[in-house]
Design a protein around this ligand. Structure first.
Ligand code: DAH
Length: 349
C-alpha cells in the first residue's frame, strides 16, 4: 500500500509539473484529491489493513496529500504571477500619446450678456431681482398704466393661457412687483433680466426672447432726473457694446413712462456712416426708457408727489447679437454646438 501511495505521489507531482494552463491544474486536483480521487480511494481501502498499520498509512496519506496540495498551490501562484506579468506587459500606457480632449460646455452668449449687465449694475448699487414668466394681466399691463382695452396693448401680441394669465410680454411687469413688494418705500434700484414671450416669429423676431429691465425710484428731493437716466444708459451701452458708441434719445411713447424715449446707439459697424446693419441711418435702436409715469407710481403704492424715478428696458438677444456680431437671431436658439462653442475662448478675454 505504501508503494501505491508513493506511486500516486510521484505521478501527481509529475502531472502537476506538466500542467500548462490553470484549467488543467484543476482537473489534476480533482483527479488526486477530489472525493472520488485516487488518494481518497486509498483511504477507503484502509478497512482491509491491520489495525496497527492504519495510523502509519493514514499519516502517510496525509503527508502525501499535503505535498500534492502544496505543489498545486505553488503551481497556481506561478500561473497567477504569469498572468499578472502578461497583463502588465499588455497594458503598458504610452504616456507620449496625446490625451482625449474632454468637451466642455460653454456659456450661452445671452447668459454672458446677462451676467455682464448684472455685474455692471450691481457695481452701481442695483439689486438683481426676478419675476414670474407666467404673469397676470394685472402686472403685465394694468399696473403699468395699460388698462384692459387700451390701444397700446396692440403693440404686444400675447400668449394668453387663461383670461387672466399670460406669458409675460415684457420684463416691465417686474417693475410693479418690485414697487408693491417694497412696503417700506425705501429707494429702489433694481435690474431684472429674463425671458419674455410674444406671438411673433420671423428672421428678426422669436416667440421667446430675453429682456432686461431697470427701475430707479427715490424721494422727490433726491431729484432722480433724465440726466441720471442718460448717464446710466451711457455707462451701460458703452460698457456692453463699446467705448466709442454714441447715444441718441428720441421722444417716443410707452404707457408706463412720461416722457418716454427710444434710445439709439451709433452704428458700431459703420461708425455712423450708414450701412446695411443700421439700414443706412447710422443709428440702431436699442432701448426704451423714460421717467416713471405718476399713475404707475400711484397704482403701485408710491405717492407721485413724494417719489420719482426712471425706468428702461431692452432686448437681450439684440444686445448679444451686437456684442458678438451674430448675424442671425435664430443662431441663439438652435443650439448648434459649432456656434455655441465659439464663445469658449471669450472666457479668457
Ligand atoms: N417694455 C418695453 C417693451 O418691451 C420696453 C421699455 C420701454 C421698458 C420703456 C421700460 C421703459 O422700462 O421705461 O417694449
Amino acid at each position: 500500500m505504501k508503494e501505491q501511495i508513493n506511486k500516486i505521489k510521484e505521478q501527481a507531482l509529475k502531472d502537476i509539473s506538466a500542467v500548462e494552463e490553470i484549467k488543467t491544474l484543476n482537473d489534476v486536483k480533482v483527479k488526486y484529491l477530489g472525493k472520488k480521487g485516487e488518494l481518497t480511494s486509498v483511504l477507503r481501502g484502509m478497512g482491509s489493513l491491520l489495525p496497527e498499520e492504519r495510523p502509519i498509512i493514514g499519516s502517510l496519506v496525509n503527508e502525501v496529500r499535503e505535498e500534492i496540495e502544496q505543489a498545486i498551490k505553488a503551481k497556481e501562484e506561478k500561473f497567477q504571477e504569469m498572468e499578472l506579468q502578461e497583463k502588465l506587459e499588455k497594458e503598458t500606457i504610452d504616456i507620449t500619446l496625446p490625451g482625449t480632449k474632454i468637451k466642455r460646455g460653454s456659456k450661452h452668449p445671452v447668459n454672458r450678456v446677462i451676467e455682464e449687465i448684472e455685474d455692471l449694475f450691481v457695481s452701481m448699487g442695483y439689486d438683481v431681482v426676478s419675476g414670474p414668466e407666467l404673469e397676470t394681466d394685472e402686472f403685465c399691463f394694468e399696473r403699468l398704466n395699460l388698462p384692459k382695452g387700451h390701444p397700446a396693448r396692440d403693440m404686444q401680441d400675447s400668449f394668453y393661457i387663461t383670461k387672466e394669465y399670460l406669458l409675460r410680454t415684457q420684463t416691465s411687469a417686474v417693475q410693479a412687483r418690485t414697487m408693491l413688494a417694497n412696503t417700506e418705500k425705501t429707494p429702489i434700484r433694481m435690474i431684472c433680466a429674463g425671458k419674455t414671450y410674444r406671438r411673433e416669429d420671423d428672421a428678426t423676431h422669436s416667440h421667446q426672447f430675453g429682456q432686461v429691465e431697470g427701475l430707479v425710484i427715490d424721494k422727490k428731493e433726491r431729484n432722480v432726473s433724465l440726466a441720471d437716466l442718460k448717464g446710466t444708459l451711457e455707462i451701460f451701452v458703452k460698457k456692453l457694446i463699446g467705448k466709442n458708441c454714441e447715444l441718441r434719445f428720441r421722444p417716443s411713447y410707452f404707457p408706463f413712462t412720461e416722457p418716454s424715449y427710444e434710445v439709439d446707439v451709433s452704428c458700431f459697424k459703420c461708425g455712423g456712416k450708414g450701412c446695411s446693419l443700421c439700414k443706412q441711418t447710422g443709428w440702431i435702436e436699442v432701448l426704451g426708457a423714460g421717467i416713471v409715469h405718476p399713475h404707475v407710481l400711484e397704482m403701485n403704492g408710491y405717492n407721485p408727489e413724494l417719489y420719482g424715478g426712471f425706468a428702461f428696458g431692452t432686448g437681450l438677444d439684440r444686445l448679444a447679437m451686437f456684442k458678438y456680431a451674430i448675424p442671425d437671431m435664430r443662431y441663439l436658439y438652435t443650439n448648434d454646438i459649432r456656434f455655441l462653442s465659439q464663445f469658449d475662448r471669450k472666457d479668457e478675454e
